[in-house]
Design a protein around this ligand. Structure first.
Ligand SMILES: Cc1ncc(COP(=O)(O)O)c(C=O)c1O
Length: 389
């Protein structure tokens, strides 16, 4: 029903992802090169046509759309009083972090991890404790429970969690979440869970919000958004579920203090979100099939090259293992320049203050964004394979 093959050659000036040299193919920022669902565009056009753009807040219908979506897609029951609309995910995660910790407190982060999430933890004098995830060598990442337990034992208060995980693509299973929960509960800790990729989960996997795990409702602050699922990151809108009234209020106050549009999402973002949540299901289902085929395509194309591609369980991202190439940062940059493509280098997903000379460690991976028409992806992979020769 929907056209995901259409290649958009004319882009809005100022688009973050496509801020690349002329001719270069952007595979970085987690936007998709597809138009948002037509149902969303129609709702926005109708809204714009009124000419009335006053300050706006979420109505109960807008809140109900979120509650219904999470129930229908994920079987999650959210009580209205625990739900709060926010102007995005990362700013809400930061607000939650500031609400739960003070300067000098230890915060656990688990690289490889989406960079700004790590940066947020390192801000305002919180001390980051890195607990690297385990990599089985076949692209399958698991949680390092011993490391997490040790960090809590050493006084960490909060764990920053990405669920599903960017860039590893893991969808954490119930068993994994339960094991994590046991540790968090034992040490009286909190988890701030970034669930922005929850709707982009492939067949055979199921997203479960951490707050649904026994004992975690009081300890998990879950933040999510339709912005990845429906491709309107530029609007900045999110939701947070917090059971404790005082903590929720504190997060709201901090969003307000930090100048995030009075802690509220903007008018157009509310319009887009409600349209997506109430009418976007069919589009998303089709998108997931298209993305799954893109993933299969990448794996097939990279067979026989020194690069190892693994199928992610979630996200529009693939974490490509390039360790066979023994790249330094310089060599990595040379390769991508020669290919004329721009993925994200692996070191972006470690600490941003973890600048080991030459970026060892995660330099043996890079992340590509597969949220693009197959023709764009094919061209990018052809170029990469040619550059590898
Ligand atoms: C894991 C993760 N969290 C958050 C964000 C950004 O969310 P927001 O724009 O709502 O702050 C992204 C965007 O790529 C992401 O991948």
């Amino acid at each position: 029903m929907y056209d995901f093959d259409k290649v958009y050659t004319k882009r809005e000036p100022g688009n973050c992802k496509w801020d690349v040299e002329k001719g270069c193919i952007a595979l970085s920022v987690a936007d998709m090169d597809f138009a948002s669902p037509p149902e969303v565009t129609k709702a926005l056009l109708d809204r714009v046509a009124t000419g009335l753009y006053g300050y706006e807040m979420m109505t109960e219908r807008d809140y109900q759309a979120i509650i219904d979506w999470r129930f229908k897609r994920h079987g999650e029951v959210i009580k209205r009083e625990h739900l709060m609309a926010t102007p995005g995910v990362l700013n809400t995660m930061r607000a939650a972090l500031y609400a739960l910790t003070k300067e000098g407190d230890k915060v656990i982060v688990m690289p490889p991890l989406h960079t700004p999430s790590i940066t947020s933890a390192s801000m305002r004098g919180r001390v980051c404790v890195e607990v690297l995830m385990n990599d089985d060598g076949n692209g399958y990442y698991t949680l390092n429970y011993e490391g997490i337990e040790q960090a809590f034992k050493d006084g960490a208060k909060v764990l920053m969690f990405c669920s599903p995980s960017n860039p590893s693509g893991r969808v954490w299973t119930k068993e994994e979440l339960e094991k994590l929960a046991q540790i968090v509960i034992k040490y009286n800790g909190y988890v701030i869970a970034d669930e922005i990729h929850a709707d982009i989960v492939y067949k055979g996997h199921k997203f479960i919000s951490l707050r649904l795990i026994e004992g975690m409702e009081d300890r998990a602050i879950c933040v999510f958004s339709p912005s990845k699922s429906f491709n309107f990151g530029g609007f900045h809108i999110g939701s947070v579920v917090v059971k404790d009234d005082n903590l929720r209020k504190r997060i709201k106050d901090i969003l307000y203090e930090t100048g995030n549009v009075c802690g509220r999402p903007t008018a157009m973002s509310i319009c887009a979100q409600t349209a997506a949540y109430t009418q976007g299901g069919a589009w998303l289902d089709e998108l997931l099939e298209y993305l799954q085929a893109n993933i299969d395509f990448v794996c097939e194309e990279l067979k026989g090259t020194p690069l190892k591609a693994y199928k992610p369980e979630s996200t529009i991202l693939m974490w490509i293992d390039c360790s066979a190439l023994n790249l330094t940062t310089e060599k990595y940059n040379e390769l991508m320049k020669k290919a004329g493509i721009m993925p994200d280098p692996g070191h972006y997903y470690w600490m941003d203050n973890h600048k080991i000379d030459g970026y060892t460690g995660l330099q043996d991976h890079f992340r590509i964004n597969i949220g693009a028409p197959r023709a764009t992806l094919k061209e990018a992979l052809d170029r990469l394979k040619k550059a590898l020769l």
